[in-house]
Design a protein around this ligand. Structure first.
Ligand code: SAH
Length: 502
């Protein structure tokens, strides 16, 4: 980006996946980010280095006047900064982006417009409504439901809208009665399928449908609020067959996770893809140990047992730090437990010699024995500082020379306090723990009273028996525990639980 430019970027309707690649590039190099209320806060994370300027509505006052926003954009650009003006949906569709572009042009400032996926199309699509459809609608009209004047009238010329087409209305919740009445008097059939989509593309998306003459009462009954898109036309009837988004297994379920945030972590992503509204509140952070015992003379061990992806990652990080590479493991057998551990090894082109069926000490020891006797064999177990000792004991009983090495520490992340504070407000339907340390840290962060409140209100999903025991000790009711203790099976069990619950 050359300096002193303004990028008018469409953020899309809410789902961060609907931001364009160009939009994301702009965010990544933004020095100043000017945004408002309809931008999903998760997108601010794409511009961690940018100074944030919020110009939207606040609880106690209106949004900044348009001229003031334009003045900020111009002033920041004149300081030589790269400015991103991030707007919900598309910047030029009912977004006043045109006014901002005109002001920039008049001030002689270079600007670029990055189109976005507009809510009128996206909310409809996520509700299972194609805005045009062969045989059902040959046109689509986008209108604003903005009310003008003292008497708050909807200044639309209803005679100009084609009853053989689709009408999509933005900002229309407050104008819904006038909109429906206007259409009904200008030849639109009372039975025309209609829908209102609230918070489209978000996990909290809600859609109400009714024939045109009933839409007002149905929307009132459901207490539909802004932001919402209104869709009127035969295409709205296709939703009965096409409501793909709202029929995903975890749709609408509020799930809080305390998982440590990891590079390739998939728990959050998987839950979101299945439709859950996920609140990420990581209460543990993995800190690799400086020089884990045994790392520098790995070659002396007959075996290394890796029971987590963290253990695998930290071992390789330590190898790297010591100026070694994977060849140091050349004569050591590797036993790896769990799909994510396997994946972490695969990334380093390592294929384990033994992959036990599950995490139990018995399964691990018997799988290793199947390769050869363990008596007097040196076995290294890199693990967390707070892990259980039963595996070491079982290997010891089998005659092995066991070294347990602390490869990483589980610490409380610096920003955990804030995230934890929002947890009770989020009011999760399910709280998910993937290790015992996360529970202990969460309890410490919450304090007794809030922890009790959370435990009373919130069922828990746990990855396995050790975590379950600690959760129960903390007063939680555990309703989900997979038979195999990895993320994939945990997610599957959560889906089963959600299905039974529904
Ligand atoms: N430039 C934006 C529109 C801004 S006007 C765009 O192209 O989408 C604000 C209106 O957009 C809201 O009142 C609502 O009607 C609609 N809107 C924005 N985000 C929405 C969402 N996620 N779901 C439903 N409607 C949304």
């Amino acid at each position: 980006m050359p300096p002193g430019n303004v990028y008018l970027v469409g953020a899309g309707p809410g789902d961060p996946g609907l931001l364009t690649l160009r939009g994301r590039q702009c965010l990544q190099s933004a020095q100043v980010l000017v945004y408002d209320a309809l931008v999903n806060p998760r997108m601010l994370g794409y511009a961690p280095q940018a100074e944030l300027i919020y110009v939207g509505k606040k609880a106690d006052r209106h949004s900044l006047p348009q001229e003031e926003i334009q003045r900020i954009l111009i002033a920041q650009a004149r300081q030589g900064k790269n400015v991103v003006r991030l707007k919900g949906g598309d910047p030029f569709v009912f977004g006043r982006g045109g006014e901002e572009a005109l002001a920039l042009a008049a001030a002689g400032i270079h600007f670029e417009v990055v189109p976005g996926v507009s809510a009128g199309i996206a909310a409809a699509a996520y509700a299972g409504i194609p805005v045009t459809h062969r045989g059902l609608a040959t046109s689509v009209t986008f209108v604003t439901g903005h009310l003008s004047g003292e008497d708050k009238t909807l200044a639309l010329d209803f005679a100009r809208f084609d009853p053989a087409g689709t009408l999509v209305c933005y900002m229309g919740v407050g104008a819904l009665d006038q909109l429906c009445a206007g259409l009904l008097t200008k030849g639109w059939a009372a039975t025309t399928p209609s829908a209102v989509v609230e918070w489209g593309t978000y996990a909290r998306q809600r859609t109400v449908t009714a024939p045109l003459d009933k839409l007002v009462s149905v929307a009132e009954e459901a207490a539909v609020k802004s932001p919402a898109i209104i869709i009127v036309g035969a295409v709205a009837g296709l939703r009965e067959e096409l409501a793909w988004f709202e029929s995903r297994p975890l749709f609408g379920l509020r799930i809080a996770i305390t998982h440590a945030q990891q590079g390739n972590d998939t728990l959050e992503q998987r839950l979101r893809t299945l439709g859950a509204d996920v609140y990420a509140c990581p209460t543990v952070e993995i800190q690799p140990a400086a020089r884990p015992e045994g790392i520098d003379d790995l070659a002396h061990y007959a075996w290394i047992v890796l029971t987590s992806a963290n253990a695998a990652r930290t071992v390789f990080a330590a190898l790297d730090d010591g100026g070694h590479d994977a060849r140091l493991l050349g004569n050591t057998r590797i036993c790896a437990v769990g799909a994510s551990t396997l994946a972490a090894l695969e990334q380093r082109f390592i294929r384990p010699d033994v992959v036990p069926e599950n995490y139990t000490s018995e399964a691990i020891v018997s799988a290793m024995k199947a390769i050869g006797p363990l008596r007097d064999e040196g076995v290294l177990i890199p693990r967390a500082d707070v892990a259980r000792a039963s595996l070491a004991e079982a290997l010891d009983d089998a005659g092995a020379q066991v070294t347990e090495s602390v490869a990483y520490h589980m610490e409380v992340p610096v920003d955990a306090e804030g995230a934890t504070a929002g947890l009770l407000d989020f009011a999760p339907d399910l709280l998910v723990f993937t290790n015992a340390a996360a529970i202990r840290n969460l309890s410490a962060l919450l304090g007794d009273a809030r922890q009790e409140e959370l435990a009373r209100q919130t069922p828990v999903g746990s990855i396995g028996p050790v975590t379950t025991r600690v959760a129960r000790d903390g007063g939680f009711e555990v309703v989900v525990e997979p038979v195999l203790h990895d993320v994939a099976h945990l997610v599957e069990s959560i889906c089963d639980w959600a299905g039974e619950r529904a």
